[in-house]
Design a protein around this ligand. Structure first.
Ligand SMILES: C[S@@+](CC[C@H](N)C(=O)[O-])C[C@H]1O[C@@H](n2cnc3c(N)ncnc32)[C@H](O)[C@@H]1O
Length: 236
């Protein structure tokens, strides 16, 4: 099961990244004057980013596959009527609504099981964006997974207080597997690498304009050995 037991400890280990994403999105918003009255966060997890972006007036919808992650998101935001969290897949959703901004952060999109599913994501996002609305997301490429595995092999200790984390990357199948072994259960999820050109194909097909591309949180273009890419796209 993916993100079940993990949902209980997710914020303890990864909340810090949501702070980084919030800062990043605010900087991009300022740079490109992006309207954020209505936001859809796909692969929203425990809703931390949605909570941080909420200013009491903008309307934010979080969509995620995992009911366990969503449960945490709902608990966290029970006081905020402008936040809603909906169960569904970002490869197949229809909320009958259009948003100023669609977000997907912390390599959520890498959780697709094959590259062809990116097409479904772009199709759904397109249908949920207003004219000139923005789609901001990050993805990680193969270098990222190869480096994680290399680092793990060098450090050779995967244990945290609550779990042991086992990582594998199958270079033939291009599948990264992360297992979190808890005392009485195991959570597993898979991700696949997504390269820059894969995204470009869909940008062209769905008629988006590339407003900005960054690597690794530096708001300054792409470095040569980039592992994480951020795209800022506008719906044409
Ligand atoms: C690494 S977490 C990131 C969560 C959140 N964006 C954050 O920044 O903390 C990836 C999330 O993607 C969700 N996810 C995986 N596949 C999905 C799918 N097909 N549709 C929607 N969410 C999905 C998982 O349930 C998980 O909550």
């Amino acid at each position: 099961m993916a993100y079940k037991e993990l949902s209980n400890i997710y914020d303890g280990y990864w909340l810090i990244f949501s702070r980084l994403y919030k800062k990043f999105i605010k900087s991009v918003q300022l740079k490109h004057n992006i309207k954020m009255d209505t936001i859809l966060d796909i692969g929203c997890g425990t809703g931390s980013l949605a909570n941080m972006l909420s200013n009491g007036k903008n309307i934010i919808t979080g969509l995620d596959l995992s009911e366990d992650m969503l449960e945490k998101a709902r608990q966290k935001s029970f006081h905020d009527n402008n936040l809603e969290f909906i169960q569904g897949s970002f490869t197949n959703f229809n909320l009958n609504k259009k948003y100023d901004l669609v977000l997907s952060c912390h390599d959520s999109l890498n959780h697709i099981s094959k590259l062809e599913e990116l097409d479904l994501v772009f199709k759904c996002v397109k249908e949920h964006l207003i004219d000139k609305g923005f789609f901001i997301f990050d993805i990680v490429n193969e270098k990222f997974f190869l480096n994680i595995i290399k680092e793990r092999n060098e450090i050779n200790d995967y244990s945290q207080e609550e779990y042991i984390n086992e990582l594998t990357y199958d270079e033939g199948k291009k599948v990264f597997k992360s297992s979190f072994v808890f005392q009485d259960s195991k959570d597993e999820h898979e991700e696949i690498p997504i390269e820059y050109n894969e995204i470009i194909k869909h940008i062209e097909k769905y008629n988006f304009e590339i407003v900005d591309v960054f690597s690794d949180f530096y708001l300054n273009g792409i470095v040569d050995n980039a592992e994480r890419l951020f795209f800022v796209l506008q719906n044409k």
